[in-house]
Each structure stands twice: as C-alpha cells, then as structure tokens.
Design a protein around this ligand. Structure first.
Ligand SMILES: [Zn+2]
Length: 90
C-alpha cells in the first residue's frame, strides 16, 4: 500500500501533495499511484482548483475527510484524470 518512493525524499512533517495527488492520480494520504494500482478503490475526498482530490477507500479517505467513503461524489475516470494531468499528450 505504501510507496517508499513517494514518502522518502521529502522533508519530514506534513508532506506536500505531489502533482499526481493534485491531479487525482494518486492517493492524497498514502501516495498510491492509481495508474499503477491494478484495481484501485479511490474516492473523492476534497477539491482543489476544480479538481477532485482522491484517496483510497477506507483509512486514507477517513484521514483525508473524516469519512471512509469520502465525499458523496463519483471520481472522474482514470483516463480522464491522466489526460488532464498531461494536456500536451495527444
Ligand atoms: Zn491511500
């Protein structure tokens, strides 16, 4: 569940959300990259700049927004999130 790459290498304390997290491509709490996860169960937990911020269903979601189910909102499909994250790719 935890990705060492995304946790180490940053200063201690509250980690800054990565670009992937802000694009809804990775869990806001544990940093799991949903592009690599085979069957991610991500839920919307917050918003930033009109984008959905996602976290894993369960513990991560509860840490992010207080509910294991996140907000009552459907995440954008992963392909849409990837496309929005890389506007230059065609
Ligand atoms: Zn997570």
């Amino acid at each position: 569940m935890y990705s060492q790459d995304s946790i180490s290498g940053h200063r201690r304390g509250r980690p800054e959300p990565t670009a992937e997290m802000l694009a809804g491509l990775a869990c806001l709490i544990c940093g799991t990259d949903y592009r690599n996860a085979p069957d991610p169960e991500a839920v919307v937990v917050s918003h930033r700049d009109d984008k959905q911020l996602l976290a894993c269903h369960g513990t991560c979601a509860r840490m992010a927004c207080g509910s294991v189910n996140g907000l009552n909102e459907t995440p954008l499909p992963l392909t849409e999130r990837v496309r929005a994250h890389r506007p230059g790719a065609s």
